[in-house]
Design a protein around this ligand. Sequence first.
Ligand SMILES: Cc1cc2nc3c(=O)[nH]c(=O)nc-3n(C[C@H](O)[C@H](O)[C@H](O)COP(=O)(O)O)c2cc1C
Length: 354
Amino acid sequence: MSILDQLDLSLPLIQAPMAGVSTPELAAAVSEAGALGSIGVGATDAAGARSMIAEVRERTGRAFNVNLFVHGPASANPAREAEWLGWLRPLFAEFGAEPPATLRTIYKSLAEDAGMAAMLLETAPPVLSFHFGLPPADVLSALRERGIFMLATATSLDEARAVEAAGIDAIVAQGIEAGGHRGMFDPAAPDDALGTMALTRLLVKNTSLPVVAAGGIMDGAGIAAALDLGAAAAQLGTAFIACPESAADDAYRAALAGPAAYHTTLTPLISGRPARALANRFTALARTVGNRLPPDYPIAYDAGKALHAAAKAKGEYGFGAQWAGQGAPLARAMPAAELVDTLRLELQACRGNP
Ligand SMILES: Cc1cc2nc3c(=O)[nH]c(=O)nc-3n(C[C@H](O)[C@H](O)[C@H](O)COP(=O)(O)O)c2cc1C
């Protein structure tokens, strides 16, 4: 049975989960239009995730996806964190602010959040997806017994093999072009930085699971190309940021529509893990950071968010986490249902079926 049949989709399209950007309203609009809408709950707690799931359910009876972060637990290092805050101090001063005295682990991995796992088992969303790694085997088997369809990100063949061995239903092949955090399991390991095309092909040929291509796909031609590579579906994130239903603020939307969209860059400086963002003042810090290492993920993000808040309070929006993929200049601002319909028509046109 194909993913389309299993999830009752009329289009091989997943709107990517985007913590802080995708909303229940966006996910429901996409699911209602026949694709799979997603919410990202990785940066919230069980109570926040529970209310987001309830809100999607109020808006649609169709399948939707709930995405979790499964990173290795953050390891605090007060000396490194103090050094990092000291380095950022002049930037805070530019906005008349002080850096925070200490940094916190602002959200937990599903791997260490029993409350989140219990809430997921109780509410049983139709689809779950995992980023940065896999939940413990006992959690996975309990979720499977609840009949939940599960996806997990892989950025390499080794990660895909781990996903397959864990009994996950489909693999999201996330290429280097992708916006947002790179889902690699171990950010300290060497990264071959495979593009979506090569990675999708590798996983299609070497695993037996359906592969969902993600990274740099912005229109029907991109979806058609992914399907031609053997993907079962395409997952698009950046394409949905400019939808009115997303939570992106005005500055983010303006940056996406402007020249910065042509210059996305992968940076670990904002959150502590590599993520692709629109070029802005934060990503430009790569030029002066030298050998300094940011604190562990997501501890560094606490500093990044504080700096953004201080700058924004003074009208400087260049320190936002404006995640976007390499296809950013192709983003279109239109309601999500209209975007899904447009993608459907473009895909049909590529198939000689206008
Ligand atoms: C703003 C933004 C936030 C993202 N947040 C998440 C997330 O919370 N969980 C996740 O699995 N992937 C996240 N991603 C990555 C997407 O799942 C997907 O890999 C990516 O959007 C595909 O590349 P594209 O943006 O070029 O379409 C995010 C991407 C963006 C652009």
